[in-house]
Design a binder for this molecule. Sequence first.
Ligand code: FCB
Length: 447
Amino acid sequence: MQLDKNEFGDDFYWGISSSAFQTEGTFPYDGRGDSIWDQFSQKKGNIKKGHTAEQATLFYKYFRQDIGFIKWMNLRNFRFSISWPRVIPNGTGKWNQQGIDFYDRLIDECLENGISPWVTLYHWDLPHALEEKGGWTNRDVVNYFQDYLELCMQKYADRVDRWMVLNEPTAFTALGYFLGIHAPGKKGKSNFLPSIHHAALAQAEGGRLIRSHDSNLKVGTTFSFSHVEAHRNRQKDVNASNKVDAILNRLYLEPLLGMGYPIDELPFLEGLASYVQNGDMQKLSFDMDFIGVQNYSREVVAHSYFTPIVNAKLVPPKKRGKPRTAMNWEIYPESIYHVLNRLNTYDNIPPLVITENGAAFEDKLQSNGRVEDEQRIDFLREHIGSVKKAIKDGIKVDGYFVWSLTDNFEWAEGYRPRFGLIYVDYEKLSRIPKKSAFWYRDFLSDN
Ligand code: FCB
């Protein structure tokens, strides 16, 4: 497919994304507090091969070099996150000047290079001290989060005008507080339900706080969305896929849009009543300036008696004979098109920005110093093509950000999956642009 960036318009935001915990590294500590991910990674069996993010890509030290790559790729937008425990080590109370200074340097470096910072306020690294008080299951977290946001506004909103409140609430509550496979490793409905309500409250209250700080700021939040299909055309599979769809695509979006929780498909959400206080249902909605759409694949769902809540299982692409990435996620570029169309069916949906899309492959650094990641180039080209198709249909999409700038710490999967356009040699911490980085640069060049 021929792609021309001019078809997206001059004001389309081309960018690239990363997050604090996956890249910064934790030494020198410089006053930073532990996050739930530091603690979770210490426990044997939680992260593949026992990897930890102590070093990561040491973005904390090498951020200038990495921003140099962003500029070199002709990108003008960089999405990164602030680490809450780096700026407020205990999650509440005293702030850490060295942490504040780091994000000052980072933001200034972006601006000096003509790059707009797009800042995520919560990309999963909750201060461990707050987890000791119950983490997202404790309603107080909503207030602590507000205080943290207020500090970020005071320190950075003079220079940063694009903010994202949360990164993928479904992922961090379902994986971290229901299945226990992400930090903090809690399980079961009794943890999941309160964490859902508090994250949904934090999402809308966070939006309000940012807007009240300065109504010129652009405030959004991000969601992981996947196109969901039934494996077979039989009622049981269709029912199962509707439930999975409600968890993956509706759980946090619909309360934000003023529609309440998707209890129609998920009766267990009636249990939320124990955590909902007077006036809360109104507080869940907020008119964001944009919605961050993060899409990687589709999910094909079959009925299963053995899974709690949804009675559903995901049918892996290998079983269906479909191509997949190093994460075992199906390569299915139409998914992003379907997701955008579906979002467009909501009456009051804000403008959409693709804040993450990308793929991990088995990238090899060759002896000639190159990384020839042709598969990633195909992946990006086809997905950007799907976005273009949605725009042609009249859907308002304002930007597209690749995940990710560099290879990094992929949560419970450790360092094996490489998502970067820039390869990282973890021994030397050197950076090598992959062929896909050259491709993105050429695609965005004016010549
Ligand atoms: C998303 C996360 C991001 C990264 C990609 C691969 O769900 O937001 O941090 O791990 O997946």
